[in-house]
Design a protein around this ligand. Structure first.
Ligand SMILES: Nc1nc2c(ncn2[C@@H]2O[C@H](COP(=O)(O)OP(=O)(O)OP(=O)(O)O)[C@@H](O)[C@H]2O)c(=O)[nH]1
Ligand SMILES: [Mg+2]
Length: 342
């Protein structure tokens, strides 16, 4: 009994400090934001702080910048920061690379390429490396976006390396998705047709200083023209850029702002926010169950059910129903604890 009380107290402690952290983020404290993103990244905590921040989110324009490795996403993002800063906008950047947790290399590259703005207090740049792909990464990315929204950023850019599902997950977070391609990637257009290209609101053909940029633009425009019906009133522009020479980047920045205006005027922004909230909710629900399932192994229930199976006293379906009943009870207890804590 005593240990249970102690563990309850220990559980409540981070909740209290996270409320303080949330208050500091809302007051514009950059260090608190960085600390909170670290908590979310480590998946150790942070959920409580997000609870306090959530009512203050949803005002930023979230821009996803995605594309194959080395396409120039970071260099382009760096140029875009410059243009948005000229319009006096506060900027947040989250650079995500699912492989960087292993190599550490790309994160360093992103930092170096965006360091031009590191001294600007109104630009917040953060690399995010999480252990897993898929759900965990998407959850951390959405969490980090919320922190920067609460911090008061007007534009939040999320850079992700194109890699199938992760990329699609991140696209669901963004209001505007910029796909960065380079000459030489023409063969991939057919493959992309079914996936990421359909999610692109703006396509940047970067490294336009190289051969084949015009051809790639023509090919992409041809493909995108056939997608028009699915994109409503917006046909994704295909823009030539040379990020290293800062060419075409002002036009790209303009297109991003124009797309936001289109989203607001057409009401499409509400549909996208609805989609985002739904994806986030489903992810949170899945997280609840995943955590609860992993805790099953801690008690003796699972072993007893396995013993029943082996002894022929039960079958997997019946045993699973019993385990699910226990999970439901656990979740409902957790809910009661939350209520008491408020
Ligand atoms: N020739 C040429 N090189 C460019 C251009 N833009 C970027 N680069 C170079 O391409 C390389 C990759 O640029 P990054 O901005 O790091 O590309 P990235 O897409 O962020 O790369 P990852 O995050 O590693 O996937 C760097 O060496 C850049 O200098 C461009 O317009 N033309
Ligand atoms: Mg990069």
């Amino acid at each position: 009994m005593q240990t249970a009380c102690l563990s309850d107290i220990l559980q409540e402690m981070p909740a209290r400090s996270e409320k303080g952290l949330a208050a500091r983020v809302l007051a514009g404290d950059v260090k608190a934001a960085a600390r909170l993103i670290s908590l979310i990244e480590d998946e150790t905590a942070g959920a409580d702080a997000l609870k306090y921040l959530y009512p203050h989110t949803g005002r930023a324009h979230v821009v996803g910048v995605t594309g194959p490795p080395g396409a120039g996403k970071s260099t382009l993002t760096d140029a875009l920061i410059g243009h948005f800063r000229q319009k006096d906008m506060d900027i947040g950047v989250i650079a995500i690379d699912p492989t960087s947790a292993l190599t550490g290399g790309a994160v360093l590259g992103d930092r170096v390429r965006m360091q031009r703005h590191s001294a600007d207090s109104r630009v917040f740049i953060r690399s995010l490396a999480t252990r897993g792909w898929g759900g965990g990464l998407a959850r951390a990315a959405i969490g980090a976006v919320h922190v920067l929204e609460a911090l008061g950023k007007a534009v939040i850019m999320v850079e992700t390396v194109g890699s199938g599902q992760v990329e699609i997950d991140i696209v669901r977070v963004a209001d505007t998705t910029v796909l960065v391609l380079t000459p030489g990637s023409g063969d991939e257009i057919q493959q992309m047709k079914a996936g990421i290209l359909e999610a692109a609101d703006i396509v940047a053909v970067n490294k336009a200083d190289k051969d084949g940029a015009e051809q790639l633009r023509a090919d992409l425009e041809a493909v995108l023209a056939t997608n028009e019906a699915t994109t409503g009133g917006w046909t994704p522009p295909v823009l030539l850029t040379e990020a290293i020479n800062n060419k075409g980047t002002a036009v790209l920045a303009g297109a991003i702002i124009k797309h936001h205006e289109y989203l607001v005027a057409s009401g499409e922004i509400s549909r996208r926010r609805h989609r985002r909230a739904k994806a986030e909710l489903l992810e949170a629900i899945t997280g609840f169950f995943r955590d609860a399932v992993s805790r099953l192994d801690e008690g003796d229930l699972l072993e007893r059910l396995v013993a029943d199976l082996l002894a022929g006293r039960s079958d997997p379906g019946t045993a699973a129903r019993e385990a699910a009943g226990r999970l439901a009870a656990d979740l409902s207890n957790a809910k009661d604890r939350d209520k008491d804590g408020l």
